[in-house]
Ligand binder design. Structure first.
Ligand SMILES: [Zn+2]
Length: 322
């Protein structure tokens, strides 16, 4: 899958254009037909692909234009979920919290057509990010299964079916997004087993993205997860976590978050080069994938582009020097 040193990629999300957000609201109010909405999504993906080309990325995703957020999108496409109205989560932030109200079963694909559409637009590498079963269940109400574990494992089987379909269609890089792992380190074994079930028989390079947590609570145990790559945010915490990862031999590839997605300040090429170089304190250069800390959807389109472009330029300069 990897054919050059320090391949550059995204974590997943990209800022949605204002016009797309406007059309989504109109669609949800019933003022727009499905065909128009679909072509709007396709156009926004085309724009994201162009932005990623101009930035110089090696491995693309579609910016998650079709996904409202990380949980309800999947829940809406899997039997056994009911998506209730908006729930208040913190402060004045609301999201549509799904509930498990029946047996979780595969209904229809939920990322395969996105993958196919993207691969029709680019010859670059593609990474397909999907929220992990552990995180989806953790962020949902469970009104059906006796235990959380039962729900997680049932959902993992559903995701496994989707991953196999993706690989059959040509996908060779899957990323499981599991931010909830870092908030419940006492359930690390459940999360690990969920990844085992989800990836069983899936012949692809598998990454696991975990952001915003205390990595000292899950490292080195997370090395036992059946994945090829661990993808961490490091820039936001000023690379202090490297010392945690240096305590044990880092036996996986690393997705090295080298650009902070929570600050509008655009890091310079020289600064990002220095950031990427810090990864060599814990792994060999051939183990390093270069990416931002997390999805860039909360940045303005201009800042997102500038950060990605500088990141790719930095990786390119380093490649020439190594
Ligand atoms: Zn993240």
């Amino acid at each position: 899958m990897k054919n050059k040193l320090l391949p550059t990629t995204v974590v997943g999300s990209h800022p949605k254009p204002k016009w797309l957000n406007h059309l989504i609201v109109e669609f949800e109010q019933g003022n727009l037909d499905k065909g128009v909405m679909e072509s709007a999504f396709n156009d926004s993906v085309r724009a994201v692909v162009k932005v990623q080309e101009l930035a110089g990325l090696d491995i693309f995703w579609d910016g998650e234009m079709r996904r409202e957020e990380m949980t309800s999108y999947f829940a809406e496409n899997i039997d056994g979920f009911t998506v209730y109205g908006p729930v208040r989560v913190w402060g004045n932030n609301y999201y549509k919290k799904p509930a498990i109200t029946g047996e979780l079963r595969y209904r229809d694909e939920f990322s395969l057509s996105d993958y196919r559409f993207l691969s029709s637009l680019t010859d670059r590498g593609i990474k397909v990010p999907l929220t992990g079963p552990y995180t989806i269940v953790d962020w949902s109400f469970n009104e059906h299964y006796n235990t959380k574990e039962d729900a997680v494992y049932a959902l993992a089987e559903v995701i496994n079916e989707e991953l196999k379909a993706l690989v059959a269609a040509g996908a060779d890089f899957i990323q499981i997004d599991d931010p909830a792992i870092s908030t419940h380190v006492d359930e690390l074994e459940v999360a690990k087993k969920s990844v085992e079930i989800a990836t069983k028989g899936v012949k692809a390079y598998i990454g696991l993205h975990i952001c915003y947590g205390d990595y000292s609570k899950l490292y080195p145990q997370v090395l036992d997860f059946p994945v090829d790559q661990l993808d961490f945010e490091l820039a936001n915490k000023n690379f202090e976590d490297i010392k945690i990862f240096r305590e044990h031999d880092f036996t996986k590839d690393i997705g090295f978050g080298c650009v902070d997605v929570h600050t509008k300040r655009v890091e310079s090429v020289a600064e990002i080069k220095e950031n990427i170089t810090k990864s060599f304190e814990m792994v060999e250069p051939k183990q390093v994938y270069v990416d931002p800390d997390c999805g860039v959807k909360l940045l303005s389109p201009q800042k997102a582009f500038e950060k990605l472009k500088n990141m790719c330029d930095a990786a390119e300069e380093l490649r020439e020097e190594l």
